[in-house]
Design a protein around this ligand. Structure first.
Ligand SMILES: [Zn+2]
Length: 330
């Protein structure tokens, strides 16, 4: 398994550090952190899809205008999953599965670019998105992005319907996903949307939890719990159930405080987390062995020494990188 971290919706909203906590000046940075997981058995598995090709080519009326005005995503065909994967050597048909944290317009835009993929999402999300009731519902869920919904495979994550599920480092009600390896799991974290879920992936460096939009700024999960004011206002505006969202975030923070929770937790939209987690996750790969190497008798190459920061336990590594003043954002 190899995991690629892709920003499939970089945005430059106004607000500077009031929005992202770090940017000097008028503009802030937000990411749309998605995963492309290369597997030997299930092709390429995407976790979320960001904005898609059609979003980039003709954003209106596919995307909600007032959200575009607030977030100012830098829509461009070359920043979509289909084009990024092409550069990595993959055809659209190589994407056989897509796992969605939720169906918001900034996460679901690429679904239609991969018509051959099975789409995995929670049953609660599918039900809510196909029965839009409020103005915010119609803003966030854009059926034009979904393609054929007959390929949706839903997972029931609500308590009481299918029993209690498993636990994941103390988080309850976790579900395996039928048709996918057991090292990819749904971790229900409702609140932002009714069926919002984190996606846990066991990669080469251990478990990571893509927490989707459970929080928008790293300080909410890894710091003092407080988001910068402008991003907090946007979270509040888009929350389906603020109380449930707070409970989900509290459960995440409790997990991160536990001494045995050796799991990397990150959200979709924090640019510092994106840079830190990408560096951590992708630094583990051994240099490729040359195909022409003669070798059973040749000495194997010396392993790459980890940097001092990466020699620490997992959560410390991420904390060091995330709060480092020297971290440069791309
Ligand atoms: Zn989002």
């Amino acid at each position: 398994m190899k995991i690629h971290h892709l920003d499939l919706g970089p945005a430059r909203p106004f607000g500077g550090r009031l929005m992202d906590g770090v940017s000097p000046g008028l503009l802030a940075r937000l990411t749309c952190h998605c995963l492309a997981i290369e597997t030997s058995t299930h092709g390429v598995i995407l976790v979320d899809t960001g904005f898609g090709l059609r979003d980039a080519l003709r954003p209106t009326p596919r995307l909600p205008g007032w959200n575009l005005a607030l977030l100012r995503p830098r829509l461009h065909p070359e920043r979509t999953a289909i084009r990024r994967l092409k550069k990595l050597g993959f055809a659209p048909t190589d994407v056989r599965h897509i796992v969605m944290t939720h169906l918001d317009f900034d996460h679901a835009g690429g679904l239609v670019d991969f018509p051959h993929a099975t789409v995995h999402l929670t049953a609660a999300e599918a039900e809510a998105a196909t029965n839009r009731r409020s103005f915010i519902d119609r803003t966030r869920w854009r059926p034009a992005q979904w393609g054929d919904t007959g390929r949706w495979h839903t997972v029931e994550t609500r308590l009481g319907t299918r029993g209690g599920g498993d636990t994941f480092f103390g988080l309850r009600n976790v579900r395996t996903i039928e048709g996918l390896p057991e090292d990819i799991l749904f971790v229900p974290l409702p609140g932002h949307t009714p069926g919002h879920a984190g996606v846990a992936v066991k990669g080469p460096r251990g478990w990571m939890l893509h927490a989707g939009d459970t929080y928008f700024n790293r300080a909410e999960a890894h710091g003092d719990g407080t988001a910068p004011p402008l991003v907090a206002a946007y979270e509040h505006l888009m929350a389906d159930n603020i109380h449930a969202g707070r409970q989900s975030l509290a459960a995440l923070r409790l997990m991160l405080e536990a001494p045995d929770a050796d799991v990397a937790v990150f959200c979709t939209h924090d640019p510092v987390e994106f840079a830190a987690v990408s560096a951590w996750s992708e630094s583990d790969y051994a240099p490729p062995v040359a195909a022409t190497s003669p070798a059973p008798t040749a000495p194997s190459p010396a392993p790459t020494a980890p940097s001092p920061a990466f020699a620490r336990p997992l959560r410390n590594q991420l904390t060091v990188v995330m709060w480092s003043d020297s971290l440069s954002l791309v």
